[in-house]
Ligand binder design. Structure first.
Ligand code: ADP
Ligand code: MG
Length: 1091
């Protein structure tokens, strides 16, 4: 067996045998001697197969350090010295790896070290499971639930300073990784009688002392408490002062810390302490006797201060609380009547209330802790249960509580027997393994005695409780005596077989438990089993304002009408124990059997007889024998093969044949000696666990090989994938790089080539240029030379004749140069283009002739240019003006004034005159009016002037009556033969008409004399019209004396200046016989100038 290294040096020198199966000889003495030997060497743990036997050392041992935990972590059970860690590790791993729910059952009598063992288990699990913020919180909460529950549920007894006064089963729940994620605590029957009274040498529950000793004064004040334990009736009865192994002050702090970690609010903690304080206060209430008038007994409260405090702490009125404690309501013939309580009844009611209050508060505490540690996620959980239930107890006086506790221990023993002794042996027979039966004591008979329905002690007790009539504890005992008189495990003074037994007194019965005889006093059995609280007390509590009270006393709710009797304490316990057994049986059990070495709680004190007693009743020797004769391990063939098939070539990776055949081959290949294993019908049995551990170890090593193979393949695949990826990447990268590089080189080469090309071309071009330049230079040089040569040659030739030839040539040259200069100067200094301009630049005498010619040419050219700008109408107007000029220039006075005035023609705006338009429609040939103006027609006969409208169309000369627009005369233009005007400034005009032989009407009267404002225009226009029609100009006479033919007479017109009157037309005509004198008004002398 491998021994510890380093930290476990203390265990290095293994003493005795660590597994009792290896004892030789197998005897009780040898077994106990082995235990003693080991105990003396602080080796407190010994195996019986996989069961751990633990002997309480009653001293601190270095067995629980973190280093040792590390040693045991993931190691097989037989690799290291026996330890709770080893079986915890085994259970933990098989839960985590094989998904088998586990339970660890710790049994042993009170003070044997069960609670300590359960803490060791939890410590180990917390240490080896995973870490993390959430997980650590859960672990811490699970661990901290211990001190809190111990404070409220443990007390000093005569057997154990820290005795658990309640049963505890804790399921620790793990996730698939094996990390704790929560838990559930189930509590079993708290020994509540301890609240009101304790046996000599014992104490009340720790919390009372811790609160008084540890809390600050201010806290105590608020709870109306004092530090003095003696001040409280409920504490006075027990041990006063400190217990040597307990430090209440320190423990108070630990409990407060624990509650904080679990998540209690300060309000919840205060509420709890208020209840504790109120229990202490209630305990201090005293009752005094009072005789009522009706002869009944009554009672009064004598310590009202305590009552007031309690009432205040519970949140109710003192009166109500007083009434609740001194009176009760009873139903008499359907009516509710209040009855006073006697002093004893009052005391009973007070204690019952305190016990109920405490036990219900304890249940609330467990529920509150469960609330904090419960698993919130819905995922599947693996469970490891740890059972630490009160141990077998034998006191001097044993009551209902001990009966219940011992019944529970009987059941646990039963389970142990069932699983380790009975079932195992039965299995060998069932599987056909050769087997010699080993005798053991089966305590089923005691279990039956207690729990069997109808006839068991619990059933009889219930029956007595429910029975109408006067049932007392003694009537119950009688009933028991009757029912169990023949039972081998039942004894009572009343029975014949025990009449001489001095150890039995009246009012008791004795049960021969598996662990020894216990005499129970029946006193209080009925009461405790009934566990009834007066209804009016529950109601009073329900009415309290304290926040927990409604939850703690739900039956006090007045609206809850049901008066159904609650199940008795005994039957409730039986039910919960049955449930517990069912739960344990559903899990894989692991055992820790605790042994108490002495009754004085002393270290290094091995009381052999006490140990022997425990070894016997725990059935440890039977356990050793069965283990030794039997096989340590069994498993179905298929499962076994599946687990170890890798250990043999033929079975790996698959076995095609029968599983048993495969297992056979496997065992042969492994070389396991044949007496080490046996083949059952369905299972393989292995005798020595070491064989299995060896195989397990080989499997582990093989798993390494397999894992390595898997890793190899995986790593290979992974590396190959990586390699392929890298290769692909490399190809891409190098392609890209080559491309990039090639491009770079190409660009460089291209640039270099271009530069080279440029240089080469430049060089070539420069060479060519040089060549061409040279050629050009050569040609130019040759030309120069040639010119010089030719010059020289010509000069040489012409030199003799130079004077003769050169003179005229030079003069010709100069003439040409001067001519060119003259023309260019003239071109630069040409005068304006106006036809009337007379300027002309100066010129050398030599070119005067040419200059004159050019001047004429230039003038003609600019006149032509000017003319070309005119329209036909303008040209005609110019023609008229020209005609006027030709006729009158320098011939008639007043002509010059008319030159700048344009010839308007139609001075009367005839075209706009409707009357004329009408008239004209009758004369289509006169549509084009050339002249129209009002004129004075001189009467031929008397020389008077008559105003008439003179219209000259292109065809006719028409005289119209100015106002009536009646045509007076219409003479064809061609009929006008001549016109006469004087040279004077008068405006007289004579139209000479042709003399027609045919006697034309118009012409018959002779020539016309008019005075017209526009004489010159009229004459010029008439001349042009006549020329147009006849191609010859009519005669125009301008003479101081004019002749006119009026019919057959000829009249001479003479002109005289000097009219003074203002006559229209400015002319006065006087007719004489052959003359006509024209007196005119000469305007201011005007100078006439030609145009
Ligand atoms: N493994 C141990 N190492 C040291 N002392 C122990 C050990 N087990 C128990 N004890 C001592 O024995 C006392 C009683 O143990 P406990 O576990 O409370 O007994 P049980 O729960 O069986 O009644 C403890 O208070 C402790 O002092
Ligand atoms: Mg305990």
């Amino acid at each position: 067996m491998a021994l510890h290294q380093g930290s476990l040096a203390i265990l290095e020198n293994n003493v005795g045998v660590s597994d009792a199966v290896l004892l030789d000889p197998v005897s009780e003495d040898a077994f106990i001697e082995n235990l003693r030997l080991r105990y003396q060497h602080n080796q407190i743990y010994t195996y019986i197969g996989t069961v751990v036997v633990s002997v309480n050392p009653y001293k601190t041992t270095p067995l629980y350090t973190p280093n040792i935990i590390e040693e045991y972590r993931s190691r097989n059970i037989y690799e290291l010295p026996p330890h709770i860690y080893a079986i915890t590790d085994e259970a933990y791993r098989s839960m985590r790896d094989r998904h088998l729910d586990q339970c660890i059952i710790i049994s042993g009598e009170s003070g044997a070290g069960k609670t300590e063992a359960s803490k060791v288990i939890m410590q180990y699990v917390a240490e080896v499971s995973g870490k993390g913020e959430n997980i650590d919180t859960v672990k811490e909460q699970l661990l901290q639930s211990n001190p809190v529950l111990e404070a409220f549920g443990n007390a000093k007894t005569n057997k154990n300073d820290n005795s658990s006064r309640f049963g505890k089963y804790m399921d620790i729940e793990f996730d698939f990784k094996g990390d704790p994620i929560g838990g559930v605590i189930t509590n079993y029957l708290l020994e509540k009688s301890r609240v009101a009274a304790q046996m000599p040498g014992e104490r009340n529950f720790h919390i009372f002392y811790q609160l008084l000793q540890g809390a600050k004064l201010s806290t105590l004040d608020s709870l109306k408490l004092t530090r003095e334990i003696n001040d409280y009736n409920f504490l006075k009865g027990g041990v006063l002062g400190d217990v040597a192994t307990m430090n209440d002050q320190e423990n108070y702090d630990t409990v407060m810390h624990g509650m904080e970690v679990i998540g209690f609010t300060s309000g919840e903690v205060t509420s709890l302490f208020q209840l504790i304080a109120s229990i202490l206060k209630l305990g201090n209430i005293d009752f005094s006797h009072r005789s009522n008038d009706d002869g009944t007994d009554g009672c009064d409260l004598s310590n009202t201060a305590a009552l007031d405090d309690a009432a205040e702490l519970l949140g109710c009125s003192s009166e109500n609380l007083t009434l609740a404690l001194t009176q009760r309501t009873v139903e008499v013939r359907g009516e509710r009547v209040k009855r006073d309580l006697s002093v004893n009844d009052g005391l009973y009611a007070r204690d019952a209330l305190c016990k109920a209050l405490y036990s219900r508060m304890f249940s609330w505490l467990v529920a509150r802790i469960n609330d904090s540690i419960k698993v919130t996620s819905g995922s599947r959980t693996e469970v490891m249960g740890v059972l630490d239930i009160y141990g077998f107890e034998v006191f001097e006086q044993n009551s209902f509580e001990q009966f219940i506790i011992n019944y529970c221990n009987e059941k646990l023993q039963q389970i142990f027997i069932e699983l380790t002794l009975k079932e195992e042996q039965e299995e060998y027979i069932k599987e056909g393994i050769e087997w010699i039966h080993i005798e053991y004591f089966n305590n089923a008979v005691i279990c039956d005695l207690i729990e069997k329905s109808n006839i068991g002690i619990l059933a009889l007790l219930d029956e007595e409780c429910l029975r109408p009539g006067n049932a007392t504890d003694l009537t119950f005992l009688e009933k028991l005596n009757q029912a169990c008189q023949s039972h081998p495990h039942y004894e009572s003074k009343a029975l014949k077989k025990c009449q001489n037994d001095k150890t039995l007194s009246h009012g008791t019965f004795r049960l021969k438990h598996y662990a020894g005889n216990v005499t129970y006093k029946v006193d209080g059995f009925l009461d405790k089993n009934n566990d009834l609280l007066f209804r009016h007390l529950s109601q009073a509590m329900y009415q309290c304002k304290h926040c927990l009270m409604k939850g703690l006393f739900p039956e006090g709710n007045p609206s809850q009408k049901s008066l159904k009797r609650p199940a008795t304490a005994g039957s409730q316990f039986k039910i919960s124990v049955t449930e517990l057994m069912k739960n344990l049986l559903s899990k894989n059990p692991n055992y820790i059997r605790c042994i108490k070495p002495n009754n004085v709680k002393a270290a290094d004190n091995f009381d052999e007889s006490l140990v022997r007693f425990q070894v016997r009743y725990l059935g440890l020797m039977e356990n050793v024998r069965v283990k030794r004769a039997g096989y340590a391990f069994r498993q179905l063939y298929l499962q076994f093969l599946y687990r170890y098939k890798m250990l043999a070539g033929p079975t790996w990776p698959r076995w095609a044949g029968k599983p048993q055949e495969g297992v056979k081959i496997l065992m042969q290949v492994q070389g396991v000696p044949e007496d080490e294993y046996a083949f059952g019908k369905t299972k393989l049995f292995i005798r020595n666990p070491k064989t299995l551990f060896d195989m397990e170890e080989k499997r582990r090593q093989h798993m390494h090989v397999l894992a390595t193979k898997i890793q190899c393949v995986y790593k290979g695949w992974k590396q190959r994938t990586l390699y392929l990826l890298m290769k692909r990447s490399q190809v891409i990268i190098s392609a890209r790089f080559r491309g990039y590089w090639g491009q770079k080189v190409y660009k460089k080469t291209k640039a270099a080539t271009l530069i080279l090309q440029c240089f080469a071309r430049g060089w070539k071009a420069r060479a060519l240029l040089r060549k061409l330049k040279r050629e050009k230079l050569e040609i130019e040089s040759a030309n120069v030379i040639r010119k010089f040569y030719l010059g020289w040659k010509v000069r040489k030739e012409y030199q003799p004749r130079f004077r003769k030839i050169a003179g005229p040539k030079i003069s010709r040259f100069f003439v040409i140069v001067l001519r060119k200069k003259f023309l260019l100067d003239l071109k630069r200094n040409l005068p304006s283009r106006s036809p009337i301009s007379t300027e002309w630049p100066e010129c050398p005498k030599r070119f005067l002739g040419a200059s004159d010619q050019l001047r004429v040419m230039y003038h003609a050219w600019r006149c032509r240019k000017y003319r070309r700008k005119f329209s036909e109408a303008e040209k005609y107007k110019m023609k008229e003006k020209l005609m006027a000029s030709e006729l009158f220039k320098d011939k008639k006075e007043g002509y010059a004034k008319t030159v700048p005035m344009p010839f308007k023609g139609d001075y009367q705006d005839l075209l706009a005159n409707p009357k004329w338009k009408k008239l004209q429609s009758q004369m289509p040939q006169d549509s084009h009016v050339v002249f129209a103006d009002v004129v004075q027609k001189i009467h031929r006969a008397n020389g008077k002037a008559v105003e008439q409208l003179l219209v000259m169309s292109t065809q006719n000369l028409i005289l119209v009556e100015h106002h009536s627009m009646m045509i007076k005369y219409r003479i064809h233009i061609t009929d006008i033969s001549a016109m006469s005007v004087s040279p004077n400034p008068d405006k007289v005009i004579v139209f000479h008409l042709q003399k027609h032989d045919n006697g034309d009407g118009s012409c018959k009267k002779g020539d016309f004399v008019f005075v017209c404002e526009h004489t010159i225009e009229l004459v010029a226009k008439a001349c042009l019209l006549i020329q147009n029609l006849k191609d010859t100009l009519p005669e125009v006479h301008i003479a101081p004396m004019l002749k006119a033919h009026f019919g057959k007479s000829e009249v001479q017109l003479s002109f005289k200046n000097g009219l003074t009157e203002n006559i229209p037309g400015g002319v006065k005509v006087v007719r004489k016989k052959h003359t006509m004198d024209v007196l005119y008004n000469s305007p201011s002398q005007q100078t006439s100038s030609g145009s």
